[in-house]
Ligand binder design. Structure first.
Ligand code: ATP
Ligand code: MG
Length: 320
């Protein structure tokens, strides 16, 4: 961090003509009797940093010119240059001049069109007159000591520059709270979605399982039908073979049957023939019986005669 190394004051307040004050060290004390111009030096620093006139203990900017309060200005212009030396020894010269009733700013003797650019350059070095974080005016220590805790907090906020950020801080805090609420909401939503996703995954797995089982069932049914078909084909084959065998047996039976019928017919014919012959023989027997009936008496007679003859023969026994 650099430091203020020198002040070049020209016709500013109690400093008449061109006065070079410095070089300043990192710690420099300025001492002097009352009214010797110590506070005017502070005013010169404030002036060159862009402080508004009312804070420089004068009514108008013109009164800052040496001799003006007693209506005897030594010049119509006054200026203050602050020499700022950076760590690498680079010097930056900030100048503020009183020109007429206004002021003009220069950086390294180059006129700056817009005051804001001059302030930005200072702020880039960490110097902000608005923050009042480096200038302690006369009576300030006493007034700080008399402040209430709340006022002191406000002062620290002003000095640290955090006061300017209060609005941003509150806005950011509110944004953060709403972001946290959003995050919580989205977390819950995410949890819900995760649970839904898990349930959907489980359902999908179950559906996949069902489809797999269905596929397995279809395959098993196809296998079953194929087996059934194969079994039926085998059965048909076996039945065909059995049918062939049976047909052959039937043909054999039919052939045997026709032979038997043939034989039956011939036997019937033979039987008819025999019946006829029997009838003829019966007729002959009847005729012979009738004949026998007729001849019986003759037979009995003949038999008796035979017996008689025999007896005679027996009576006529041979006697030698
Ligand atoms: P103290 O120790 O009392 O605080 P100081 O050293 O801070 O004193 P300053 O306030 O810096 O003193 O100086 C005050 C003196 O500066 C007064 O005498 C006043 O007349 C003089 N002064 C202020 N403005 C001008 C001006 N425009 N032209 C000439 N002299 C001025
Ligand atoms: Mg003083």
């Amino acid at each position: 961090m650099g430091i203020l190394t020198q002040l070049e004051i020209e016709n500013f307040k109690s400093y008449k003509g061109k006065q070079i004050i410095g070089p300043f060290k990192r710690f420099t004390a300025i001492i002097g009797p009352n009214g010797s111009g110590k506070s005017n030096l502070m005013d010169a620093i404030c002036f060159v940093l862009g402080e508004k006139t009312s804070n420089l203990r004068v009514r108008s900017v013109k009164n800052l010119i040496h001799g003006a309060p007693i209506h005897k200005p030594v010049s119509n212009k006054a200026q203050v240059t602050a020499v700022y030396t950076e760590e690498d020894e680079t010097e930056i010269r900030f100048t503020r001049c009183i020109v007429g009733s206004g002021t003009e700013y220069r950086i390294n003797n180059k006129v700056i069109d817009k005051t804001i650019q001059y302030q930005e350059k200072l702020e880039n070095l960490g110097i902000s007159i608005k923050a009042r974080n480096f200038l302690v005016f006369q009576g300030t220590v006493e007034s700080i000591a008399l402040k209430t805790p709340k006022e002191r907090t406000q002062l620290f906020e002003q000095i640290s520059g955090s006061g300017e950020l209060q609005q941003d801080y509150l806005q950011t805090k509110s944004d953060m709270q709403s972001s946290e609420e959003d995050t919580t909401f989205h977390m819950h939503k995410k949890k819900g979605i995760s649970a839904e996703r898990r349930a959907a995954k489980a359902e999908k797995e179950e559906a996949d399982k069902y489809l797999n089982v269905k596929d397995d069932l279809s395959t098993a049914q196809v296998h079953y039908q194929l087996f059934k078909l194969l079994y039926n084909e085998k059965k048909i084959e076996n039945l065909s073979l059995t049918l062939d065998k049976k047909e052959k047996e039937v043909a054999k039976m039919e052939s045997r049957c026709s032979n038997i019928e043939q034989q039956l017919r011939s036997k019937k014919q033979e039987s008819a023939k025999v019946s006829r012959e029997i009838a003829v023989l019966d007729k002959k027997i009847q005729e012979k019986e009738a004949e026998a009936i007729i001849l019986r008496p003759q037979y009995i007679k003949a038999k008796e005669k035979s017996l008689h003859l025999k007896k005679r023969i027996d009576g006529l026994k041979y006697v030698p």
